[in-house]
Design a protein around this ligand. Structure first.
Ligand code: ATP
Ligand code: MG
Length: 202
């Protein structure tokens, strides 16, 4: 079985926190490849002005250029309507029966995923890799892990990670305020954002 990491996110825009998390997860779980999956219209972010899926996908593609173990999937951005992680994982399982999927997420998502649609189907189709970012203690994460396992079964691996206080929100806000985001995103992503004049106003 090939081991494939799946990293979903809005990626508006993708940044070094996302890339480092994917890289650390790949190393910790011995993944053969990691697939970055920008969300389509996420019902959780409905209301905010999110860049079109194809643009967020384009930035993700620029970010992983040159890394043959990372690639980006358009499964969610090309789907109509709201997209849900459980659907993507079900679809991937059917399309790639020779792969074991590892769903990579920040620990913040471990706390919110019970409010996602059909969390049990996520556990049925993937092993969860949850990164502890230092903002939540390992002890609390272990408790949360036990609670989720009792409720849904499946497998959750905790991944020690750095507290890296970077987010797409901070990046958008800095751009809006005329501040530099160089080194917060890969150079190619920065050039693309500047060329397209993204995030100057929201
Ligand atoms: P926003 O600020 O718009 O919410 P974000 O930076 O949190 O954006 P998302 O696209 O919402 O990025 O997150 C995608 C995934 O990346 C989630 O699993 C989230 O936990 C994780 N993630 C985001 N930022 C970091 C970071 N600095 N360190 C580790 N994981 C992160
Ligand atoms: Mg977020």
């Amino acid at each position: 079985m090939r081991k494939i990491g799946i990293m979903g996110g809005t990626f508006d825009p993708i940044h070094i926190g996302h890339l480092m998390l994917a890289e650390w997860a790949a190393g910790a779980a011995g993944l053969d490849e990691t697939w970055i999956v920008p969300t389509g219209i996420s019902y959780q972010k409905a209301g905010r002005n999110v860049l079109p899926g194809q643009e967020r996908l384009r930035m993700a593609e620029l970010a992983v250029e040159g890394n043959e173990k990372f690639r980006c999937l358009d499964v969610e951005v090309s789907r109509e309507g709201y997209t849900y992680s459980y659907e993507t994982l079900e679809q991937l399982r059917l399309s790639f029966p020779d792969c074991t999927f590892y769903f990579i997420m920040g620990a913040d998502c471990l706390y919110s995923m019970e409010r996602w649609k059909y969390p049990e189907k996520i556990f049925q189709n993937a092993i969860l890799l949850a990164a502890a970012r230092g903002d939540v203690s390992m002890d609390r994460l272990r408790d949360k892990r036990q609670e989720l396992l009792q409720r849904y079964g499946g497998e959750i691996q905790l991944l020690p990670f750095l507290p890296l206080p970077i987010s797409s929100s901070i990046i958008r806000e800095r751009i809006q305020n005329g501040l530099s985001v160089r080194y917060m995103v890969p150079d190619k992503v920065l050039s693309y954002i500047e060329e397209k004049r993204w995030y100057l106003d929201t």
